[in-house]
Design a protein around this ligand. Sequence first.
Ligand SMILES: *[C@@H]1O[C@H](CO)[C@@H](O)[C@H](O)[C@H]1NC(C)=O
Ligand SMILES: *[C@@H]1O[C@H](CO)[C@@H](O)[C@H](O)[C@H]1NC(C)=O
Ligand SMILES: *[C@@H]1O[C@H](CO)[C@@H](O)[C@H](O)[C@H]1NC(C)=O
Ligand SMILES: *[C@@H]1O[C@H](CO)[C@@H](O)[C@H](O)[C@H]1NC(C)=O
Ligand SMILES: *[C@@H]1O[C@H](CO)[C@@H](O)[C@H](O)[C@H]1NC(C)=O
Length: 484
Amino acid sequence: MAATPWLLLLCLSLAAGGVLHARAQPDSNGFISIDCGLQGEEGYVDTATKLSYYPDTGFTDGAGTCRNISADYITPSLCKCLYTVRSFPAGARNCYTLRSLVPGLKYLIRAKFMYGNYDALRRPPVFDLHIGVNHWHTVNISKPHVEKSVEALVVVPDDFVQVCLINTGAGTPFISSLELRPLKKTLYPQVTVAQGLLLSERSNFGQIDGNNVIRYPDDTHDRIWTPLVSSGTYTEVSTTSKVIPDSLFEVPTTVMQTAMRPRNVSSGISLSWDPEPQPNNPSPGYIIIMHFSELEFLLFNVTREFSINLDNEPWHPDNVTPKYLYGAAIYNSVPSRKSRYDISIIPTARSTQPPIINAIETYTVVTTTKLGTDSLDVSAIMAIKVKYQVHKNWFGDPCGPETVMVWDRLTCSYATARPPRIIRLDLSLRGLNGDISSSFTNLKAIQYLNLSNNNLVGSIPDALSQLTSLTRFVTQPAQWSNPI
Ligand SMILES: *[C@@H]1O[C@H](CO)[C@@H](O)[C@H](O)[C@H]1NC(C)=O
Ligand SMILES: *[C@@H]1O[C@H](CO)[C@@H](O)[C@H](O)[C@H]1NC(C)=O
Ligand SMILES: *[C@@H]1O[C@H](CO)[C@@H](O)[C@H](O)[C@H]1NC(C)=O
Ligand SMILES: *[C@@H]1O[C@H](CO)[C@@H](O)[C@H](O)[C@H]1NC(C)=O
Ligand SMILES: *[C@@H]1O[C@H](CO)[C@@H](O)[C@H](O)[C@H]1NC(C)=O
């Protein structure tokens, strides 16, 4: 709701308003699929997912430049979405704004990066990625051919979300594609207003041919499930029957229809990994979600039962017996911190069958406690930005992250547990033209507003005088032909 004036104005200000406006909206699934740096007006249908991808024109405030990756890196299997990038040589922070979202809903947000030597410098950059005002990930592109995918599951508090690329002085930020998928509120209970999940691995065990990535339409939420091939001591178990998904994670049936088990019926399953320290998160805590379903119809005298240990300590208090053709998940809610993760899934003494596992997801935690600017203030200031064509460094959240990236000519107040408010705005000497926008009256916490020395005409909106906090309002009509 809050972004309505801004949407209307944005729409009017774009040459091909109708077309771009339509593209900047989620599709009928609520999906937004952007091919960054794609030139022209036309989108296209992705061959793998049959989803439509659109150019990023309506999402970036006109910042950045479209570039092609080097032809050396284009292979037949490469997603078309990686052929182009948008790079941001100017500005400390540049953002994509995804609009028309449902406030308070959970979303999957996935950004992809493939450098492909687009700038012919052979110097892949390192830069930061923010969701709104919260640090998301440090993107470290080590090799030109590497496709890097950064995915988060977050609650979006407003009806829009910004994905921002932050230049940290280690090369020019760029992005290849950006995808947003809505998730039901009940999914992923670990995702809260204060905590998001950053995907580490999402693996599907036991696929027979071993190289089919599963995503939309099999996964209605378009999560990407990567096959993990069983080899050596492990073998596959599979079924063609439908597996009823569990309600907290809704793993697609095609993922649950395959599983891995040890060849030796008295052995267990071992999974291990080392945590990946991040510059801003040197000892990340992990959330682990394991998915199980029995795929074999077991006779009454046959039992599959196992326990799950993490570093030789019981990780889950109860023994697990997967139910025939029903998905179930075993997960932690409080992130565990270890120097190394060694999971062993061990058959119990009375088990006659080896353990199985169908899929696993691992995540680290992203703190999302920093609040963005009050959403009504954001709508008002965005409308002002669009109306008067203010560029400067007006990208991303107006007030944050606190003090570091506040917009030029603007002062905010910060209080704990409440969104920052815009309290001062000095747009004097900015060459503003036209009338005095009623949007100024929507800055309900404004104390100081200086619009002097511009080319503004018309009357002062009445509502300005009703702003109780406004103690200083300056419109010296120095250049006005028809002063009020
Ligand atoms: C990128 O490639 C397309 C198609 O080959 C071409 O039309 C376009 O001009 C190229 N863009 C740039 C910025 O080089
Ligand atoms: C980026 O990754 C490379 C190698 O993977 C590492 O040497 C370098 O320190 C990383 N840079 C930053 C800023 O994290
Ligand atoms: C199967 O595993 C058990 C327990 O780990 C071991 O004692 C046995 O030798 C294994 N059998 C074969 C055939 O590898
Ligand atoms: C279970 O019962 C079936 C049929 O009665 C028999 O063939 C099989 O060997 C038994 N399995 C076990 C583990 O006892
Ligand atoms: C308003 O801005 C003008 C031009 O920058 C400045 O000269 C003036 O002092 C400002 N007025 C107030 C009350 O701050």
